[in-house]
Design a protein around this ligand. Structure first.
Ligand SMILES: Nc1ncnc2c1ncn2[C@@H]1O[C@H](COP(=O)(O)OP(=O)(O)O)[C@@H](O)[C@H]1O
Ligand SMILES: [Mg+2]
Length: 321
């Protein structure tokens, strides 16, 4: 289908970053459209923070490029940054300041006039539900409320793009729910990238998710599609009566089969067939077994949750049976 939408708000092309000899990210590409909430999901050390730091202009990539609202994050860094609100992994908050003074100060740094600040500071205090604490010292706030102050400063200058690095890490469960709802409410108006290593978070908050692992993109899709795509047809378990070596070879030769493993021995052996996305091989396997004159005693698709998919996509080769 022809895409007629506006150009993407965030465009990342083949981004690579080396720390010395070590590639923290390699060839990361994706786009985010206006108003979209994109989840950046990956285990620790996957490269989430590195990517976000490049997008926010904190450091240049080794190669590749990225743009925000059409501005290159390296060549037009100032313009790009004007369009970004950033919640870093650890928010450098001034603990000796009150919430409203801090926000006013951040507004001044960003060149907002006194009048603009007066209006906007109380507005973001309202949006982030900080009214009760506006005169409190930041140092006295719980982690969850500090995180909200961090979010408030990120949206202060009404940026088009919000980049939030693990916004719910280390805060209590009730605050997590509220923070997620808050972030969700930013979609539509803002374009949001949110990083997390918490799987259910992306299904709750994000319309689309990128899974990264060891610096590379392993999947990009809607959370629903990710599980849909792998549900039922990805893995099939079966019990076959037949000569093990021949059965293994025959299964492996089926087009679309990625991996065959077996458990047990003797007359009837259990096989586990993993196929490429979207391939439903059940009929083919049944036909094959019948043609060879073996016995098919069980054929069952294995359902995968988003959790399974994530574990699978991010599992090291050595972990496979
Ligand atoms: N300044 C740095 N110097 C060297 N290595 C780094 C630096 N920052 C991050 N790394 C490494 O790069 C990889 C990706 O880190 P990071 O982007 O922080 O991942 P994530 O945010 O997904 O946990 C990790 O292996 C990390 O140890
Ligand atoms: Mg990180």
């Amino acid at each position: 289908m022809q895409e007629t939408a506006a150009p993407p708000m965030i465009e990342v092309r083949d981004l690579t970053k080396y720390y010395g000899d070590f590639p923290a990210i390699e060839g990361i590409s994706f786009t985010v459209n206006k108003g979209e909430v994109l989840g950046f999901l990956g285990p620790n050390a996957a490269g989430k923070t590195t990517t976000m730091r490049i997008l926010t202009g904190f450091m240049p990539p080794t190669s590749g490029s990225a743009s925000i609202a059409g501005y290159d994050v390296v060549d037009d860094s100032l313009d790009a940054r004007r369009h970004i609100g950033y919640l870093p992994e650890t928010v450098p908050l001034y603990t000796e300041m009150t919430v409203e003074d801090y926000l006013d100060f951040m507004g001044a740094i960003r060149g907002m006039s006194r009048r603009q600040r007066r209006l906007r500071v109380s507005e973001v205090i309202g949006i982030c539900h900080l009214e009760e604490y506006q005169s409190s010292l930041i140092g006295k706030l719980s982690k969850g409320f500090r995180q909200r102050v961090g979010i408030a400063q990120a949206i202060l200058h009404e940026p088009d793009v919000l980049i939030l690095d693990e916004p719910t890490i280390g805060i209590d469960p009730i605050q997590v729910v509220e923070t997620r709802n808050l972030i969700k409410s930013f979609g539509g108006e803002h374009t949001v990238i949110l990083s997390t290593h918490i799987l259910p978070e992306v299904s709750m908050v994000c319309e689309r998710v990128i899974i990264i692992h060891e610096g590379r993109v392993v999947a990009i899709d809607r959370p629903g599609n990710l599980s849909e795509r792998l549900r039922g047809t990805e893995r099939i378990e079966m019990d076959i009566r037949g000569p093990v070596a021949q059965v293994m070879t025959a299964l492996r030769n089926i087009r679309g089969v990625r991996e065959v493993t077996r458990t047990g021995s003797g007359d009837v052996v259990s096989y586990n067939v993993e196929s490429v996305h979207g391939a439903d091989l059940r009929e083919q396997i049944a036909t094959l077994v019948a043609q060879k004159g073996w016995g098919l005693l069980r054929l069952q698709p294995v359902y995968m949750s988003l959790e399974d998919i994530f574990l699978r996509l991010t599992a090291k080769e050595a972990d496979q049976p």
